[in-house]
Design a binder for this molecule. Structure first.
Ligand SMILES: *Cc1c(COP(=O)(O)O)cnc(C)c1O
Length: 360
């Protein structure tokens, strides 16, 4: 067993999980082993949903592996990357004993999953500097080693801060935590970023895993398809902890169609529009009275500080624009997070926040 698997909960290392009807290697042309219906539902025109799906639909797994530049067995498909976060915490953290590191203000699911598992939560806040709100990698490494964390969640690009973590920093952290902790790089917004993916580090650093999703740039949030990418043995462990049939057939078919060559070409076009609009909005909002600071962003959103954030939130709402109120988040008592919309939608954001237009 590799040193990496020593990070898995001892009681789960040889856990076999549920043996579903689809996971047994049997042959036949009359399948009467899973209590499925012999006839299709009339709503299921193609009859694709009569049977339980393959736990990891091979065509989708192969396509995702292709898109992310890894091997199919380095990747596990789940119900969004949210499920991947949950699987990692459950498989590695002994309740009441092990810990995770998070970097607030950050995406909330890491802490939700840790609390559900009874794992300790170690917080290493982002540091607000000239370049934006950035992860303090030295402090993260020290906290993880000093307080015995099993998992370090890095969000890059960071939601909601917008900053990305340079790969050489992730390499150094993974090196420092080798044999001690897994470094999880959540790249939910990776398509919108300038830099390369942390998947390029996997061959050299077994204790790095990467999360990707079809929910953001690929415009398929309702399909609930996300992946965890990492060491093949670790992926096999995570799969044994997963629900028996995690990928519904209609979702797998939609995802596969959404990753066709023409669909991917359109995704790249949408991403280019978002990146252009992100710069336009950054500049426009930065010039408005009442805006304290707009953080540069590598994602499809901007984090904005206001003199009077409540007033800005209400001005947007009365223009019919709903944004994310960040005021309850640490360090963000004056901030809103605004998703980059279509050019017309972004014009409405600018108009609603422009006090001169409101006065007119
Ligand atoms: C949106 C988001 C996710 C969740 O993605 P799903 O694949 O839809 O579960 C994960 N991480 C971050 C940072 C996100 O912002």
């Amino acid at each position: 067993m590799s040193a990496l698997l020593d990070l898995v909960r001892p009681d789960l290392r040889d856990f076999a999980g549920y043996k579903s009807a689809r996971s047994e290697a049997l042959r036949g042309d009359v399948w009467l082993n899973a209590n499925e219906s012999a006839w299709a539902n009339p709503a299921d025109a193609q009859g694709h949903s009569r049977r339980y799906p393959d736990p990891q639909p091979p065509a989708l797994r192969a396509r995702l592996a292709d898109v992310y530049g890894v091997g199919p067995d380095q990747l596990l498909i789940g119900r969004g990357s949210d499920e991947a976060i949950d699987l990692l915490v459950r498989a590695l953290c002994v309740p009441g004993q092990d810990a995770i590191v998070v970097t607030p203000p950050v995406f909330g699911m890491y802490v939700v999953c840790a609390r559900l598992q009874g794992a300790r939560i170690i917080q290493v806040p982002l540091v607000d500097g000239d370049a934006g709100l950035a992860a303090d990698l030295d402090a993260i490494g020290e906290a993880a080693l000093g307080q015995g964390a099993k998992l370090v969640f890095l969000c890059s690009p960071s939601n909601p801060a917008g900053s990305a973590i340079p790969l050489d920093g992730i390499v150094a952290l993974a090196g420092a935590l080798e044999g001690r902790a897994l470094v999880v790089v959540d790249e939910a917004y990776g398509e919108f970023a300038d830099g390369a993916s942390a998947t390029t580090l996997l061959d050299a650093h077994a204790n790095v895993v990467v999360l990707r999703t079809l929910s953001k740039a690929h415009a398929l949030a309702a399909a609930r398809i996300g992946v965890v990418i990492g060491d093949t043995e670790l992926i096999a462990v995570l799969q044994r902890c997963q629900a028996p049939y995690p990928v519904p057939t209609p979702c797998a078919e939609l995802a596969l169609a959404g990753l066709s060559d023409p669909a991917l070409a359109q995704t790249r076009e949408r991403v280019a529009v978002v990146r252009r609009e992100r710069e336009r909005l950054l500049y426009a909002l930065g010039g408005l009275p009442g805006v304290r600071r707009v953080y540069p962003s590598q994602g499809n959103y901007l984090l904005v500080r206001f003199d009077d954030p409540g007033r800005a939130f209400r001005a947007l709402l009365s223009a019919g624009v709903v944004v994310r109120d960040q005021r309850a988040a640490p360090q963000l008592g004056d901030a809103l997070r605004i998703t980059i919309g279509s050019p017309e939608q972004n014009d409405r954001v600018i108009a609603a926040l422009d006090a001169r237009e409101q006065a007119a």
